[in-house]
Each structure stands twice: as C-alpha cells, then as structure tokens.
Design a protein around this ligand. Structure first.
Ligand SMILES: O=C1C=c2cc(C(=O)O)[nH]c2=CC1=O
Length: 509
C-alpha cells in the first residue's frame, strides 16, 4: 500500500485516498479534476470450490480487509492519488500518447544490454518511492504501541518479488496448524495471464519513473527455442554459469551479487508472518541441470507456441491447472501445448521456469532471478498475439466459478489501487501503451498436409516426366519425317549422278 496510507489513523479510517496537492482535504487531485475518493468495488460472484474457507485469509474480497475507499481517477489520470497517467499516456496532463516497444533481448546492442542490466540493478537498490509492504497479517498489523504499523520500505525490484510471493503464499490457519496450500491468486487459473501482465506493467512503469524515460521497455526472452542451452545466460545479459560453483552466477555478472528476498517460506507459514524486505542468499541457477527430471532439461520447442495459439478458448472449466483445450492452461504449461491436459506434462511457461532449476524454478522465489522478467515478457507476448489472432472478447473470460482471485471482476492481489483481471484482458498496443516486436515461427505442416503435398508433388512429377517423354518421342518422329524426304532427294540425286558417272566411265573404257 502507499506509504502515505500506513498510519494507524488512516488504516482505521479504511480510506486510502491521498492528496495530490498539499491540501489535506483535497483527496485524489479532486480540485484539479483528476479524481475522487470512492468506495472500492469488489467481486461478489462465487469462486471455485478449491478454497473452502470464509474470512480466514486477508486476500479474500481484496482489498477490503485493509481499505474500502480508494481514489477513482477520471480520463487518462491514474495511480494511488491520480497523480500518474494511464498506461499509454504521458505529460503533465496525460494527453500525450506513448508506446514502449518490447524487443527480443538478444536483439539489443551492447550499449542497450548494458543500459538494461544497469537499470535492473538500479531498481534492486532504489527504495520504492510510493509503496511499502505489510510484514504481518491484518490481525497483527497495528503496533507496537499506538503509533506504528507493521509495514516496511522495500526496493523497486524487491517489491516486484514480494507482490508475487504474497499472491502465491499459503493461508495461515493458526499456530500449530498446517497452512492451506490449494490457493494461488496468480497461477493455475485464468488470472495467470492478466495478473502477470499487470505485474510486469507495474515494474516497467516504476522503472520508467526511476529512469525518467516514459519509453523504457522491458525486453523478452524467446524461451521456445528447444535444446538445452540457456542462450541469455551470458555475462552481458543474465549472467553466465560460475566456474567455481555450477549452481551460481559468474562473478563477472552483477547478478552474482544480488541477494534474494522471501527465502524463509517455512518460517512464514509456521509463524503466520509475511516475508519482509531482508535480503539473504544468492540467486541459484543451474539450467538443464535437473538430472532427476530429464523432461525439464530441455526448453520448449518453437512449434509449441504455434500450437497453443491455435486454441480458440481462453479457458475451460474448471478453470484450473487440470483444464483441457484451454489456451491459458497450455501457455501456463500444465497441459500439452495443443491443449490436452496431461498431469505429467510441463510445457511452455512452466517448463521454462523448471529448466532454470534453482531460484527461478520455485514459485515463491522465482522473480528474484531477473530471468523471470524476460520469461514473463515473452509469455505476455504470446498472450497478446492470442488476443489479436482471435479478436478476443471479454466474454471468453469466466465471470464466476474460477479459483479464488481468478474471476473476471476480482481485484488482483495485492495490487493497489484496485485493478481487475478484466482490465488486463485487452490488446496491449491499443490499450496499455506497449507492443512486442516478435518474429513468430512459421507453422510446421501436420501429417495430412504432408501426405497431401507429397501426393500432389508426385503427381506433378509423373505428369512432367510423361509430358517430357511424349515430347522426346514426338520429336524423334518429327525428325524422321523431316529427314526422310531430304535423304530420298539426295539419294535420287546421288543415284542419278552415280549413274551418269558410271555411263561415262563405261563409254571411255
Ligand atoms: O516460478 C514458478 C515456478 C514454477 C514451477 C512450476 C511447476 O510446474 O512445477 N510452475 C511454476 C510457476 C512459476 O511461476
């Protein structure tokens, strides 16, 4: 939540509507016509049966356990106090369009690579200018004393890690009780794509602000290249493998110095606490090194992307990790790329995570490895291509009965101000101020097409051979017919000459 809202008084008031001017009684830039303080709207439709509790988790009916009033901004204004612009707009009045172009990280020049890595490193070291994180559940958020609350500052990049952690953490059911595990506000459901889209957009916008460059764009990693080589694991990009420890990053990369957050998952679950901003151990990464699971030692194939793009339905009941014929479940990677659910399969996004075999392969920790940013940028590019290719309408996104957090109108956890899944189910270039520069692979032919083309080619060849043979034979015949009279003429001619000579010879003799 915004730092400004974390005083005991504002928490108790249940309204987080900061002022944009210095005037306390002017919430949300109201006097400037930018917005006003309004009640939060929440999704009240039924969710799937996977989560059986009511009132046990702060993330239910998000964000109303904490706040029921928020800034609602007008026109192109947005943000926690309506001081920012909607994605795609910039300038003091948010009336200038801007488009960030997300490119293949391998296409960046040496200077662009350096700039991107330095920007990530700066985000890792810069305190988030707006948001602070809760380190306790709501029940324990106040104190110690009357004047404090359990919130901490965090860096821009670690905030990106923390929001992912918070969305996937288990439900604490009480001391000594096992936490409830079958809950995930950002995976295994339709919100997987919309949630991660907003997650990236938030980081991109935070970095744009940090760099004062509204056109800064996150690049992507096309992980669908097959084989077992991590092509972005070089020291000028995400860091090569260390020569000293094969599960660490080379000391020549700045990422070898990054320390991860949220690594004590078991402690949080047992104590009922929440990950804080304390940094700990290094990023671990061992691409293609999971010898116990040969299936995750290879990256997805280019054709896998094309297969999932063919699926017409965005998601299918039960809108979960066992959905079949679902574009979302295929690109997320719990089914075969062509849509068939298979419990032992890991494909596309999941396979890319598991291939990394380390920090980037564990859901509660994965964004600590900056490869996460590039991996999800490509996953989002596939989502955007699917939206475009199928001219997708919001009616394809389930309104109800998806797992908790995944219904169309649910406010994505833990983002503030509230933003629904609905709002991210739109084509990015026209609505969100960014686009992808991607060369999609060419479609491979299916078996019927291969057989048809082989037969047609064979028939054409036979026809050509036949036509050629006919021409040759015809040519010979014609040649005979043309030559015959000439020979005959000549023969007669020579015969006559010969006879004349013979006669002359005889008369001489
Ligand atoms: O970070 C992630 C790690 C994952 C591992 C799997 C899996 O299929 O086992 N899925 C994951 C998603 C992640 O986001």
């Amino acid at each position: 939540f915004p730092r400004q809202c974390m005083t005991p008084e504002i928490l108790k008031s249940r309204a987080c509507c900061p002022s944009l001017t210095q005037e306390i009684s002017d919430p949300c830039g109201f006097s400037l016509g930018r917005g006003q303080c309004m009640p939060v709207t929440i999704d009240s439709r039924p969710h799937g049966s996977q989560y059986p509790y009511v009132g046990r988790d702060d993330r239910e009916r998000w964000p109303t356990r904490f706040f029921s009033w928020t800034c609602l901004c007008t026109g192109n204004f947005s943000g926690y106090n309506c001081g920012a612009c909607k994605p795609g707009w910039t300038g003091g009045n948010c009336d200038q369009p801007v488009l960030a172009v997300r490119r293949n990280v391998l296409d960046l020049s040496a200077a662009e690579r350096l700039r991107f890595i330095s920007a990530l490193n700066m985000a890792k070291r810069t305190v988030h200018p707006v948001y602070v994180i809760a380190t306790r559940r709501y029940e324990e958020i106040m104190g110690p004393g009357d004047n404090t609350t359990q919130f901490e500052n965090i860096s821009i990049y670690n905030y990106f890690v923390w929001t992912h952690y918070y969305s996937v953490s288990k439900t604490f059911l009480g001391a000594g009780q096992k936490s409830f595990e079958a809950i995930d506000f950002s995976h295994e459901g339709p919100a997987f794509l919309t949630w991660h889209r907003y997650h990236l957009l938030q980081l991109e916008r935070d970095m744009q602000e940090m760099l004062r460059d509204p056109s800064f764009a996150l690049p992507y990693w096309n992980f669908a290249i097959g084989g077992s080589k991590c092509d972005i694991c070089s020291d000028d990009l995400m860091g090569a493998r260390s020569n000293f420890d094969s599960t660490l990053i080379s000391p020549n990369s700045v990422f070898s110095q990054w320390q991860i957050v949220c690594e004590h998952i078991d402690d949080y679950d047992t104590l009922g606490t929440i990950c804080n901003s304390t940094e700990g151990g290094p990023i671990r990464r061992n691409p293609a090194g999971n010898v116990a699971r040969p299936m995750v030692q290879r990256l997805p194939e280019p054709q896998d992307v094309l297969l999932c793009l063919e699926l017409d339905l965005f998601d299918t009941p039960p809108f979960y990790s066992n959905s079949s014929e679902s574009f979302r479940n295929s690109v997320e990677g719990y089914s075969e790329p062509s849509g068939k659910y298979n419990p032992i399969v890991r494909s596309l996004h999941n396979l890319a995570h598991l291939f990394l075999n380390g920090t980037g392969g564990q859901t509660q920790l994965s964004p600590n490895d900056p490869i996460f940013v590039l991996l999800h940028s490509f996953t989002d590019a596939v989502f955007d291509e699917w939206l475009r290719k199928h001219s997708a309408d919001i009616s394809l996104y389930p309104l109800e009965n998806a797992p908790i957090g995944h219904n169309r109108q649910y406010n994505m956890v833990p983002f503030w101000p509230p933003v629904t899944n609905n709002e991210m189910f739109v084509a990015a270039p026209e609505n969100l101020g960014y686009m992808y520069e991607v060369q999609w692979p060419k479609r491979a032919l299916n078996i019927t097409e291969v057989i048809t083309i082989t037969i047609v080619t064979a028939l054409i060849l036979i026809a050509l051979v036949f036509a050629f043979a006919t021409c040759v034979i015809q040519g010979r015949r014609n040649k005979d017919e043309w030559n015959q009279p000439l020979l005959d003429d000549q023969y007669i001619h020579y015969s006559e000459e010969y006879e004349k000579i013979q006669n002359a010879t005889h008369s001489v003799v």
